[in-house]
Design a protein around this ligand. Structure first.
Ligand code: F6R
Length: 280
């Protein structure tokens, strides 16, 4: 069943391209390889691309393998983030940036401190301020001023959220303050002392913000994501499964391990389509 992608984002036979890897490790490796090629992160004799690269980043467990791969390739002298600007999807309200449970801390520990991003080029929504809506609006403006996102990395919540766009989110929403569902708070309670300590709100990029990215790479692994992936790819486009909006994106790829792909009704067809595309 393994299908190693050749080059992501080179075609859009289907609105959402499905690529299935054998294991979560293979998902991380494929995501690293394809993002490096697509963004031109590789160090070459003539230096990197002059144009700044704008990356949308995610937190959570899923992208950790990708970040490890990037770090390894950076340490091997193969890639650089010197020319990259990053915007993270979201940040909890009521958690200070230096708190170990904040996404600021997560990104510092799991990526930024290990590679050569210029600190002034990394952005995460600011929630340690008195005017949260104004902070969200400023974040959306900053993304646009940077020229928009070239590649957005996404994970997916068990109820189908991307970023913290919970069910019922406007399909064209911009960065804003969002209330977390009970399910999201439960899913994320593993990072906190108890459920009670999990924040109730976050600033998140909107679905409209995410859809403006020029390319999207959503990663999902594990059986617990299988039904959500099926709803996202094969169900109707609905605010009740916010990730289903990706069906409208012209350049979205979903990289799955076999477990996360296991409930797709048309899996054989997606694998066939992928094989055919690679033979072109
Ligand atoms: C993280 C984010 C969330 C996560 C999602 C999956 O910045 O915006 O949408 O991607 O909750 O989380 P994991 O990967 O921990 O299952």
């Amino acid at each position: 069943m393994e299908s190693k992608p050749s080059s992501l984002f080179i075609f859009a036979e289907e609105p959402v391209r499905i690529v299935v890897c054998e294991s979560p490790e293979q998902v991380a490796k494929a995501a690293a390889q394809e993002s490096i090629e697509y963004l031109g992160l590789a160090c070459s004799g003539s230096g990197q691309k002059v144009e700044p690269i704008v990356l949308g980043l995610a937190t959570g467990s899923t992208p950790l393998g990708l970040y490890e791969q990037w770090i390894e390739r950076y340490r091997a002298g193969e890639i650089s983030f010197r020319n990259a600007v990053s915007f993270n999807l979201d940040e909890y309200c009521g958690v200070a940036p230096d708190d170990v449970r904040s996404y600021h801390y997560f990104m510092q520990e799991n990526l930024f401190k290990h590679v050569d991003f210029l600190p002034q080029n990394t952005h995460i929504p600011k929630t340690d301020c008195s005017d949260l809506p104004a902070s969200a609006e400023a974040y959306e403006i900053a993304i646009n001023q940077a020229g928009g996102i070239d590649l957005q990395i996404l994970g997916i919540g068990t109820e189908g959220h991307i970023g913290f766009n919970e069910l019922g989110s406007s399909l064209s929403s911009a960065t804003r303050v969002k209330t977390l569902t009970a399910k999201t708070r439960q899913d994320n309670a593993r990072f906190f002392e108890s459920l009670e300590h999990v924040p109730r709100m976050a600033i998140t990029m909107g679905l409209g913000t995410i859809m403006n990215a020029r390319a999207i790479l959503l990663l999902a692994t594990g059986l617990h994501k299988a039904q959500t992936i099926r709803d996202t790819v094969e169900g109707p486009v609905t605010a009740m499964v916010p990730a289903s909006i990706l069906q409208f994106h012209p350049n979205a790829t979903i990289l799955l391990d076999q477990a996360a792909a296991s409930k797709l009704a048309h899996l054989d067809y997606y694998l066939d389509s992928e094989r055919n595309q690679r033979s072109l």
